[in-house]
Structures are given as structure tokens and as C-alpha cells.
Design a protein around this ligand. Structure first.
Ligand code: KIV
Ligand code: ZN
Length: 502
């Protein structure tokens, strides 16, 4: 069996997705889940971009043991110094240097000729190599680079010490057959290619990122760069879960090739990334979408009952999708809850379990059947990565068809309870305005979404919103069987997140 190295760039390219900013605690939480998922390399960030980013990569480097931690750098000494500083304490370190090689980038962006680009590429790899043995080099926009020049660059950086050469389809322009043939040509035309691993990094502008990555693997690539849920710049990157499950499901095509991914963790990591970035997963998204394992049509349901494989090519449990199976109810005790949470992959302290247990009991009073997705939602809502400054105490609303909605909200703040009252365009707006009064904030709501976690009239509603306040933009979620309470919780979570950013 030959291994395909999974290089996850959720925390770097994924975080570059507009509006997907994560705070250091959230990045660390995702890094731990990626390590548990079994990825080989975690690209943790671009340290030169800010002091906070450098520190965040440092925290990840110190904490993660089972995967290499990689930092990105342009082919500039100060970038490489920042990257090297950030990963210094990692058990397995990698520096990823990139420099554009396509005519269009060299002429308009860099204003440099081929020879200078070649010299800078070699010098930067040699420089990075002094502080880190594992160096990856990316000729940015490789798929639009003139081929002979690309071969020269790849050969030169390998001679300079690059251990991985990554071929990015930076603007998602390639088509699968063409991209596969590019990888084959690199293998055939670069004399020292066997001294490095060929990697690929595909963007999804034409919806071909996964197809291009798989074609590259068939033609000799042995590392793929990808992100959870396919998040990333513009239309995103190749999605980790789709690549991994395509290889696993089509063993006939990807014979003798395997990844180390523990696929049963996929659904949980997907939800975590969605929650922390605020990027909802489309219901029809392959592998992790809410509908990926739902069968509505009668003929399909009949087929599934007779033989599952008639309409299902992936077993839901293989990706940790627990679906809508009833797990617990009113009479389930703390022990049963704790066991189920363990099965779902949560490692909780006793205090955390106490909090979840009381939310669970309150929910069980309102809702007969508690599904796994309800439990996951409660855990995500309760287990805060940041110490909350504002905590919901209670609220009341007065609303109807012919009256102006008003809300009174009380929040706990440093052992005191502060209350505020406001009217608004609707009960949710009135609550948000009351919270703004109490917290002296002028919040600007940039996005607000609500969805039911499970089916049924008593389903838990989950609100995700994007809030701009105090010069910062954050995303947050909240859940409850009452959609106004879910909205209030999400708004308070967002304000706490803003406070944590200082
Ligand atoms: O898309 C791209 O080219 C990149 C490089 C930094 C590898 O993200
Ligand atoms: Zn990219």
C-alpha cells in the first residue's frame, strides 16, 4: 500500500475565505480535531501576516504531536523567519514557501523576469532549509505556468533542498485530464523528481478541485492539499472529506493507495469547522451535507429497505453521520448521556458534563426525542472556547400582529444582573437592541440564518449570525427549541467573542 499524504489547509487557505476569521482558541480547537482525524500535515497559518497569527501558529505547533505543523511564507527572508519562529517548537515542522511562476503573475504582480524568479525560489528554499529540514515549495499558479519553465523551477528547488513540490491550480482553471497530464509530465521531465514528494493544491472555481486532485493522484501525486468542507479563497479548495471518501469508496480505481484518515471523525470535524467559521454546509454537499444520507423518493426508500447498497454507496456510520436515530429521552440519566457523548467523540470534563446535562434535561422537558444532532448542538453551544463576559439570565418579549414588539433582557455581568428594554422591528430585533443597550454596543448584523437541527415541530432551532461591533466581525451560533432564545444566545455568544478579541 502506498500512502497519500493529507495536507490540511483549513486553518490557512480555508481561513482566507471571506468572513471566515477564527480566533486563536478556535484555531487550536480545530487543529486538535484535525490531528484526531489523522491528517498528516496541518498548515496552521501565515505567520508574517500579523503578530496574533504568528502566536496562534506557535500555540498549535506546541500542542500538536501527531501531525506535522506547517507555516506559509513568501520567498522573502522576513516571511521565512516568521514561519520558522512560529513552528520552532513543533515536534514535526514544515515551512511552505511559495512564489508565482506564471507569466501573468510574474509580469503584473511581481514585475520580475524568469531568471530572477528562479534565483529567488532557490535562495528562499536554501534559506528556509537552514532552520527546518522539511521544506515545501509551491510555484504559485503552476497550472498556468509555461511548462518548460515550471520543470526548471521544480528541478532547481529540489536541488536546493525542497522535500515536497506542490503544484497549485491557484485560480481553479484546470480541467481533470489536463491537470493529470501536467503531473505526469512533471514526473517525466524533471530529472530529480524522485527526491521529492509531488503535492497538488486545487481550487474550486470551476467546481473541479476534487476531480483535479484525484486525477493528479492517479498520475503520481502523493500529497493532496485540501480543507474541511472545501472552504477557502473564493469558491474554496478541494474538500478533504470528498477526496478521502472517493478514494475509500472507489478502491477499485485507487488500488494500493490509502490515507490515514479516521473517516468516522469526518462528520464531527465538518460540523466544528462549520460552527466556528459560521459557514453553513449546504444540505446537498457531498459526504457531509444534511441530505447526503436521506432518501425521500418512495422507490429509493423501498430499495434501501431491501438492500442498502441499492442507493447508498457510503455507509453513514463510516463518516460518523449518526443521522436522526433517537438516542435519549426524558428518563435517560447522566451516565447514559455521558456514554453517548463519548461515542460521539466528545471528551468532556465533569463540570462541562454537568452543564450539558442540565441543558439536556431542560430540552428533554420540551422535546420528547433527543437526537444525536441535538446533543452535538447543545455541546457546541455550551462548551465555550472563551470565557463568557455576558451570560443570559432571562428575557421576555411582547409581540403580536398589531403591536410594536418589545423585549426586556437580563444579562449576568461580573456577579451583577443588568437589564435593558427596547422595541424593535420584530421580537428578535427588539432583543438584540435591548442587549445592545445593556452592553453599550452598536451591533451591525451582517448575516442571520436559522435552521432546524432535526425534524419535527419540537426541533431544536439553530441560529448562526455574523455581527460587526467595536470594529470587529465575528460569527456565532446559538440553539434552543425557542428560536428567539436561540437568536439571543447566538447574539450574546458573538458579543463574548468580540470581547475575547480585546
Ligand atoms: O492557491 C495557491 O496557490 C496557494 C499557494 C500559497 C499554495 O494557496
Ligand atoms: Zn490556495
Amino acid at each position: 500500500m502506498e500512502k497519500i499524504i493529507i495536507f490540511d489547509t483549513t486553518l490557512r487557505d480555508g481561513e482566507q475565505a471571506p468572513g471566515a476569521s477564527l480566533n486563536p482558541a478556535e484555531k487550536l480547537e480545530i487543529a486538535h480535531s484535525l490531528a484526531d482525524l489523522g491528517v498528516d500535515v496541518i498548515e496552521a497559518g501565515f505567520p508574517i501576516s500579523s503578530k496574533g497569527e504568528l502566536e496562534s501558529v506557535q500555540h498549535i505547533a506546541k500542542a500538536i504531536k501527531s501531525a506535522a505543523v506547517c507555516a506559509l511564507a513568501r520567498a522573502i527572508k522576513t516571511d521565512i523567519d516568521a514561519a520558522s519562529e512560529a513552528i520552532r517548537y513543533a515536534k514535526q515542522q514544515r515551512i511552505h514557501v511559495f512564489l508565482a511562476t506564471s507569466k501573468i503573475h510574474m509580469q503584473y504582480k511581481l514585475k520580475k523576469a524568469e531568471d530572477e524568479i528562479l534565483r529567488l525560489a532557490v535562495e528562499s528554499v536554501k534559506y528556509a532549509k537552514k532552520s527546518c529540514p522539511d521544506i515545501e515549495f509551491s510555484p504559485e499558479d503552476a497550472s498556468r505556468t509555461e511548462r518548460q519553465f515550471l520543470f526548471r523551477v521544480v528541478e532547481a528547488v529540489i536541488n536546493a533542498g525542497a522535500t515536497t513540490v506542490n503544484i497549485p491550480d491557484t485560480v481553479g482553471y484546470s480541467e481533470p485530464e489536463e491537470f493529470g497530464s501536467l503531473i505526469r509530465c512533471i514526473k517525466e521531465n524533471v530529472p530529480n523528481i524522485n527526491n521529492a514528494v509531488i503535492s497538488v493544491h486545487c481550487h474550486n472555481d470551476l467546481g473541479l478541485a476534487v476531480a483535479n486532485s484525484l486525477e493528479a493522484i492517479k498520475n503520481g501525486a502523493r500529497q493532496v492539499e485540501c480543507t474541511i468542507n472545501g472552504i477557502g479563497e473564493r469558491a474554496g479548495n478541494a474538500s478533504l472529506e470528498e477526496i478521502v471518501m472517493a478514494m475509500k469508496t472507489r478502491k477499485d480505481i485507487f488500488a494500493d493507495l490509502e490515507t490515514q484518515i479516521k473517516t468516522q471523525q469526518i462528520y464531527k470535524v465538518s460540523r466544528l469547522v462549520s460552527k466556528l467559521t459560521g459557514f453553513a454546509v449546504a444540505p446537498n454537499k457531498a459526504v457531509v451535507g444534511g441530505n447526503a444520507f436521506r432518501h425521500e423518493a418512495g422507490i429509493h426508500q423501498d430499495g434501501i429497505l431491501k438492500e442498502r447498497t441499492t442507493y447508498e454507496i457510503i455507509k453513514p456510520e463510516d463518516v460518523g453521520f449518526t443521522g436522526t436515530g433517537i438516542v435519549l429521552g426524558k428518563h435517560s440519566g447522566r451516565h447514559a448521556l455521558s456514554e453517548r457523548l463519548k461515542e460521539l467523540g466528545f471528551k468532556l470534563s465533569d463540570t462541562e458534563l454537568d452543564k450539558i446535562n442540565s441543558r439536556f434535561k431542560a430540552l428533554a422537558d420540551k422535546k420528547k426525542n433527543i437526537f444525536d444532532d441535538d446533543l452535538i448542538s447543545i455541546v457546541e453551544d455550551e462548551i465555550k472556547l472563551i470565557k463568557p463576559v455576558w451570560v443570559l439570565d432571562n428575557f421576555t418579549i411582547n409581540s403580536g400582529t398589531n403591536i410594536t414588539p418589545t423585549a426586556t433582557v437580563s444579562l449576568k455581568y461580573k456577579h451583577k444582573v443588568l437589564s435593558g428594554k427596547s422595541s424593535g422591528d420584530g421580537p428578535v430585533d427588539a432583543c438584540f437592541k435591548a442587549i445592545d443597550k445593556i452592553t453599550s454596543t452598536k451591533g451591525e448584523l451582517q448575516d442571520y440564518r436559522i435552521e432546524a437541527v432535526t425534524k419535527g415541530k419540537d426541533a431544536l432551532g439553530e441560529v448562526s449570525l455574523k455581527l460587526k461591533a467595536k470594529g470587529k466581525v465575528v460569527t456565532a451560533r446559538g440553539s434552543s427549541t425557542d428560536i428567539i432564545e436561540a437568536s439571543v444566545r447566538a447574539y450574546i455568544n458573538a458579543l463574548n467573542k468580540i470581547e475575547s478579541l480585546g
